[in-house]
Design a protein around this ligand. Structure first.
Ligand code: FES
Ligand code: MG
Length: 605
């Protein structure tokens, strides 16, 4: 199979990879074997040998995956689009990743789902694929697989839920949980009230309606060019969502004929656009991990330093919870991703020539789009705040970590960042938790003596330690401090933080304690200095003492973490890298563009 398509006089592709299965007369007995079983549910010989592209519909929706479940309904429109454009649809299931349902963490399953999808896309007669995305990790898993195999692919978001409401106020996914925890800690609601308040944030089918990891990653998929322009923000139940499902189905057939592949779309320019858009939307701290993973598997050179260089000085334009006030429906009505991109273009912040799934550049797609509601999307000359991107941190506790500065509240700033001689730095006394169980058991214990001078640390929660890396770094203050009006203490850790949390934690620490990071050496009472101007976090412990502690830890057999409970946990732990480089299975980036570089797999019999 050649790397580029040849087309007949009508522009139809003549060397589709599916023909190696269904139309290989040099090997008629295998062709018969491949054909007969796809005939058994009613596809006809005419269809399978028509030379029409066979389009996979990678189905991530199921009863186990409520965020993506609406894709079961949208699939009908996708199929009609594929049919109308002259393709044949073959739908198949993708390993589920439900952020709120999977224990010990859905993050464990991103690489597993990726592996499964790579095998499916490569090992079956598929010429192109519609990737059904939605819930957090379903997005990177799909894009990582599309990048690796590199057959034409278009992403279709399921869309966010409708806005949540409670007593006349918007209640947003995840973000309301943090508020409810505080109300419960203060004794203002009981258990039933807690559940009622949290459930109000989920009024319909779809994914989290806040600017959490799902809205972030679906927006960045559009910014990367992998979905149709204007499609990311459409709420799941809206009729527009059905229509864009149809158009995505139609479009993928043309993409196969044009041979427009993920490697043509996901270039370094496209990734830099994604970084810029992430800052402007107030995107999730999970984005750098997933974007790094996709870039590595695409073969694009991208580092955490690019987030600081290209993202930090971009202003915050989108007023969505947790950084702001509004929710997913409002984001759509205000213009969604194209309205944000059009504003960024005015300051030259977008690489306009980047190609997108509709065959047009992002510049041409977005140039004329206007903001429809300036309360929700701000003009670039009147942003919500400047410098909304992440800060990349280092120091003697870790090599890399990030901090989302756009969620630093006035309260936090006045408490920690108001020393006129040193306005960007503060010191505190460490209180260290080894995993969320340790934290939950002791947070309200007065013996720990947590005060406003405390910096709380969470460790043992990275890709190896947890395993999978958990969203546990953002910790609420003890109840006795919340009652005194202290809402957030500084938090630092080797886990992640929910994209729906409004806490300015320093997280995604690499290397994690379980991978030999110095975080494992930190003890309660150690003084720690955080310097945002220098981008450093340092434990103020003498070098000899650090060396002695390391020797002791090694003599004790290293940092302890829970043992693996499933085969996959053990496999992932043995192969996974750290979060600053995407937490992919190390070695998997060698398998790039396999549809072009590895040919067709050998016959099965
Ligand atoms: Fe699925 Fe938030 S839990 S998108
Ligand atoms: Mg989460």
């Amino acid at each position: 199979m050649s790397a580029s398509n040849s087309n007949d006089k009508d522009g139809r592709t003549t060397n589709l990879r599916s023909r190696a299965w269904f139309d290989n007369l040099a090997n008629v007995d295998m062709t018969a074997l491949y054909l007969e079983r796809y005939l058994n549910y009613g596809l006809s010989l005419d269809e399978l040998r028509s030379g029409k592209p066979i389009i996979g519909l990678a189905q991530t929706g199921s009863d186990l995956s409520p965020c993506n479940r609406h894709h079961l309904v949208l699939a009908e429109r996708v199929r009609e689009g594929i049919r109308d454009a002259g393709g044949i649809c073959i739908e198949f299931p993708v390993h589920p990743i439900q952020e709120t349902g999977k224990r010990p963490t859905a993050a464990l399953d991103r690489n597993l789902s990726y592996l499964g999808l790579v095998e499916t896309l490569y090992g079956y007669p598929l010429d192109g694929v519609v990737l059904t995305i939605g819930c957090d990790k379903t997005v990177p898993a799909a894009l990582m697989a599309a990048a690796t195999v590199n057959i034409p692919a278009i992403a279709l978001s399921v869309g966010p839920m409708l806005n949540g409401w409670h007593k006349g106020e918007r209640t947003g996914s995840g973000t309301i949980v943090w508020k409810a925890r505080e109300l419960l800690a203060k004794g203002e609601i009981d258990d039933a009230g807690f559940i009622e308040l949290v459930a109000s944030s989920a009024p319909s089918t779809g994914y989290c309606n806040t600017m959490g990891t799902a809205t972030t990653m679906n927006s960045l998929t559009e910014a990367l060019g992998m979905s149709l322009p204007g499609s990311a923000a459409i709420p799941a139940p809206y009729r527009d969502r059905q229509e864009v499902a149809y158009r995505s189905g139609k479009r993928i057939v043309d993409m196969v004929h044009e041979d427009l592949k993920p490697s043509d779309i996901m270039t370094r320019e496209a990734f830099l656009n994604a970084i810029v858009v992430n800052s402007a939307i107030g995107g999730s701290t999970n984005a750098p991990i997933h974007i790094a993973a996709i870039a590595r598997l695409t073969g694009v050179d991208l580092s955490l330093a690019d987030w600081q260089e290209y993202g930090h000085h971009v202003p915050l334009l989108v007023n969505l919870q947790p950084a702001g006030e509004y929710l997913g429906e409002d984001y759509y009505h205000a213009g969604g991703v194209p309205a944000v991109v059009a504003q960024l273009m005015r300051k030259g912040l977008i690489r306009e020539e980047a190609m997108t799934a509709n065959g047009t550049t992002i510049g041409d797609n977005c140039r004329k789009i206007t903001i429809e509601d300036q309360r929700v999307i701000r003009p670039i000359d009147d942003p919500l705040r400047p410098d909304a991107g992440f800060m990349v941190m280092g120091g003697n506790l870790f090599d890399a970590a990030i901090m989302k500065t756009s969620v630093i509240s006035e309260d936090f700033r006045s408490r920690y960042l108001s020393n006129p001689d040193d306005p960007n730095a503060f010191e505190g006394s460490a209180v260290v938790f080894d995993g969320p169980e340790d934290y939950h058991a002791h947070i309200d214990d007065p013996a720990l003596d947590i005060t406003t001078d405390t910096i709380m640390f969470m460790r043992g929660c990275g890709p190896i330690g947890y395993p999978g890396s958990a969203e546990v770094v953002n910790m609420r203050a003890p109840a006795y401090l919340i009652r005194d009006g202290v809402h957030a203490l500084p938090c630092i850790g080797d886990g992640r933080q929910s994209g729906t949390s409004g806490s300015p934690s320093i997280l995604n620490v690499a290397p994690e304690a379980a991978a030999g990071g110095n975080l494992a050496l930190l003890r309660n009472g150690d003084r720690v200095r955080v310097d945002l101007a220098k981008g450093r976090v340092d434990m103020l412990v003498a070098e000899e003492e650090i060396t002695a502690r390391r020797r002791q830890l090694e003599a004790d057999g290293g940092y302890r973490y829970p043992e693996s409970q499933t085969p996959w946990q053990a496999i992932q732990r043995a192969l996974v890298g750290q979060m600053d480089t995407g937490a992919i299975l190390e070695g998997s980036e060698r398998f790039q563009r396999i549809a072009q570089t590895m040919g067709i797999p050998r016959d099965s019999h």
